[in-house]
Design a protein around this ligand. Structure first.
Ligand code: CP3
Length: 343
């Protein structure tokens, strides 16, 4: 079994093939020369908003590497944009939004309506991709978690530690709740739309999970993720990715996801001891390994595969997004090692 059937069997906890499916990691385009060539001609936002280009960029890594699934080329920031806060990138790296939230009125101005219409470029891209991939490869959609999006929206971009988000949550809990509710409403429509486009799974990125104090994590992040999981079509698997240690996963599981993305600083086999299959575990090679050499990639990959030997519900992936400095020969080594593995 390979590709989409293997991915689907794994999501059900029924992969008995001896090797896990492997898919493209988020922000996967940057290390590819063919992506950088397109970036000379178009801005990131232009590419995301043009279905033909977004389709092409999504498929670039699949043309080079024999992967089992693809994640749509888009960004978590399309939701703030659809709600009224645009985004771009700073020349030196990081996110710059067109405005920041700084009072109740700025939250009230955000809109959660007409998400499907505003993000129709994503649904067109997904439909193109579903057609292109057919039964051969699985397709993933995604979004940011309400907490993670709120961090960007309050700061108006990237910021070390996102201190304003937490300060606002503590000083003005009602308006912070109102913000999370508005984001959640928009995300429910967005995920439902993606589900209709034929994705095999949806990934929710709670990338700034680690910035929220543990005693506040349910109220500020997980409660809202649980609401998303409750509201999206029941048969669609959701993968929650949180930048969290193994101990933190216990609370994340209370949101009732079908799958957990495991950060590379957590030990995936230890996570498996805590959460038996069919809870799907995804991960978790350190992205830095992709900047070393093929020999190191092979040995680090085999370590993970051996630690999850014959696991019926393991998806192979990196423990976070791939970095621009990743080497193509390292990706090749990862792909061929996983594909040749037979338990
Ligand atoms: O693999 C893919 O390309 C899938 C598409 C995808 C992107 N971003 C494209 C992208 C996905 C799934 C994301 C998720 C995303 N975006 C997250 C959650 C995952 C995580 O890393 O925790 C977050 C926090 C974002 C917001 C974002 N977008 C950041 C922090 C950055 C890096 C900005 C910087 O410092 O340069 C981006 C840019 C981005 N998103 C790129 C891509 C391909 C790189 C754009 C470029 O340099 O051309």
């Amino acid at each position: 079994m390979i590709g989409r059937p293997l991915f689907q069997a794994t999501l059900k906890g029924e992969n008995h093939s001896g090797r896990p499916p492997l898919w493209v990691m988020r922000q996967a385009g940057r290390y590819l020369p063919e992506y950088r060539a397109l970036k000379e001609k178009y801005s990131f936002v232009e590419m995301v908003k043009t279905p033909e280009l977004a389709t092409e960029v999504t498929l670039q890594p699949l043309k080079r590497f024999d992967l089992d699934a693809a994640i749509v080329f888009s960004d978590i920031l399309v939701i703030p944009e659809a709600m009224g806060q645009g985004y771009d990138f700073r020349p030196a790296g990081g996110i710059e939004m067109t405005s920041k939230l700084d009072d109740d009125a700025s939250i009230e101005r955000l809109t959660s309506s007409d998400i499907e219409e505003k993000l129709s470029y994503v649904s067109e891209t997904l439909k193109n991709l579903r057609q292109e991939l057919g039964e051969t490869q699985a397709l993933l959609g995604f979004c940011g978690s309400p907490w993670t999006l709120a961090c960007y929206m309050i700061e108006g971009g990237s910021a070390d530690g996102f201190p304003k988000a937490l300060a606002w949550a503590e000083k003005h809990p009602k308006s912070f709740d109102r913000l999370l509710e508005k984001i959640t409403q928009a995300l429910i429509d967005y995920l439902t739309m993606q589900a209709r486009c034929g994705v095999d799974a949806l990934q929710i990125f709670d990338s700034w999970h680690n910035l929220c104090p543990p005693e506040r994590i349910w109220d500020l992040s997980l409660k809202w993720i649980a609401r998303l999981i409750e509201q999206v079509p029941q048969n669609l698997p959701l993968i929650i990715y949180a930048n969290a240690p193994v101990a933190g996963l216990k609370e994340i599981v209370l949101t009732k996801p079908q799958a957990l993305g495991i950060h590379h600083r957590a030990n995936i086999a230890q996570a498996r001891n805590l959460f038996p299959a069919p809870l799907v575990l995804q991960g978790n090679l350190n992205p830095e390994v992709m900047e070393t050499d093929p020999k190191t990639v092979i040995s680090e990959t085999v370590k993970i595969l051996d630690s999850m030997k014959n696991d019926p519900a393991h998806i192979m992936n990196l423990g976070h997004g791939i970095r621009p400095g990743a080497k193509i020969e390292c990706m090749q080594a990862l792909v061929s090692t996983v594909k040749a593995y037979s338990g």
